[in-house]
Write a protein that binds this ligand. Structure first.
Ligand code: UD1
Ligand code: UDP
Length: 372
């Protein structure tokens, strides 16, 4: 029986890997081992609980204010023994976090084949997002199965010289998760607080935005809200203390914003489905909001999700206070501009990505080392 080990460690990886864990566990020909690094703690555990996934291994590496060195070194030290004792036939990693990179590097050192889920996303600016663009490019060099969510992602990989027969277009597993989260009669106390106001949904966490960029983002949001009393913003805040300090300083006493603890993915998708518009620097939210036709102002200089920009639902606004202010104001005051962005479009798959990946792993007939 083929042994498949999945390694993940942060909230977004868990959201996109748990549907795959569930699908792989249905397959008779596969033995599934789940290993979490614990790069995130509470935010990871929230997702594991939602999907009812209990890891076989948990490195619990998270510490407050962890650096990229801490994460990478601690994972490398923890994973070696597990790989040596489990002896997986293949290890699946997801996306572009430090967990992804460190786990893939360990596999490479031990010559364990790697399957990269959500492969091929690119900005081609190695510092943006930082360090994610490096992480995903590095994994592509050593991965033997590349599960690309879209044609564009697959084309990036082909252009970079990855062999076509190692690349599979599967859709994004986040769409699989979304099939089960969004409900019609959904209720949450925050929605009562919002009432008939326009709900603005906010998230922010990117490493390259910590410091002044984040202060500028928050200042712009506050200025717009104060000029638009018909809006109320809900901001489930990331647990990074640096983010929390900046948010408290800039938004703390603004009565139109509720800063709340991280919400479950079930709540998050339902909030997205009901918001008027979203301001974020998140990667995953750029994939989710287009499916609901909710305009997204992406507070970053680059995006690896050009499909959403092409569909018209995402607009890159960077982190300059004036630019965010102008774009946010426009969407509130110019109905045509708003309507132009508010079209449901889902370039990221049909909700069957996990099944496709499981099929490939179950029936895969080529030797990945020969193919890679
Ligand atoms: C990480 C990923 C990023 C991903 C993001 C998703 C890297 C380098 N970055 O960034 O790609 O977009 O996760 O959210 O891999 N913390 C807690 N509890 C938690 C989670 C975080 O207290 O459950 C705090 C800790 O103080 C931690 C800090 O947040 O030190 C930052 O976490 P870290 O994983 O280093 O970076 P993220 O910004 O979350
Ligand atoms: N999310 C969540 N609770 C929150 C905020 C976000 O479940 O309070 C979900 C969101 O729906 C998306 C994912 O977390 O699926 C995005 O994670 P994040 O923004 O932390 O990371 P990124 O996608 O930028 O790597």
């Amino acid at each position: 029986m083929k042994k498949v080990m999945l390694v993940f460690g942060t909230r977004p990886e868990a959201i996109k890997m748990c549907p795959l864990v569930k699908e792989l566990r249905k397959r008779n020909g596969l033995q599934v081992v789940v290993c979490v690094t614990g790069q995130h703690r509470h935010m990871l555990d929230q997702v594991l609980a939602t999907f009812d996934v209990v890891p076989d291994y948990d490195f619990s590496i998270m510490k407050q204010g962890q650096t990229l060195f801490d994460i990478t070194v601690n994972i490398l030290n923890s994973i070696r023994g597990v790989l040596e004792s489990v002896k997986p036939d293949i290890v699946l990693v997801h996306g572009d976090t430090s967990t992804t990179f460190a786990a893939a590097l360990a596999c490479f050192y031990l010559q364990v084949p790697i399957g990269h889920v959500e492969a091929g996303l690119r900005t081609y600016n190695i510092c943006s997002p930082y360090p994610e663009e490096f992480n995903r490019q590095a994994v592509s060099i050593i991965s033997t199965y590349n599960f690309a969510p879209t044609l564009l992602a697959a084309e990036n990989l082909t252009r970079e010289g990855r062999k076509p027969k190692t690349i599979y277009i599967t859709g994004n597993t986040v769409i699989d998760a979304m099939q089960h989260t969004v409900k019609k009669g959904y209720y949450h106390p925050e929605l009562d607080w919002v009432g008939d106001s326009k709900m603005i949904f906010i998230t922010a966490h990117r490493r390259e935005n910590l410091g002044m960029p984040m202060h500028h983002m928050f200042r712009a949001i506050r200025r717009v809200l104060e000029e638009h009393p018909e809006c109320k913003a809900v901001y489930p805040i990331h647990m990074n203390p640096v983010v929390r300090k900046a948010a408290e300083e800039e938004l703390g006493n603004c009565s139109q914003i509720h800063i709340i603890e991280p919400i479950e993915v079930f709540d998050c998708h339902n909030f997205e489905a009901r918001c008027h518009l979203c301001l974020t620097d998140s990667g995953g939210i750029q994939e989710e909001c287009p499916a609901f036709g909710r305009p997204v102002l992406v507070m970053r200089d680059t995006t690896e999700r050009p499909e959403g920009v092409a569909a018209g639902t995402l607009r890159l606004v960077g982190t300059n206070e004036e630019v965010i202010y102008q774009n946010f104001m426009e969407l509130l005051e110019d109905q045509k501009a708003y309507d132009k962005m508010a079209h449901a479009s889902n370039p990221y798959g049909d909700g069957h990505a996990s099944e496709r990946i499981a099929d490939i792993l179950e029936k895969g007939e080529y030797d990945p080392w020969m193919a890679g």
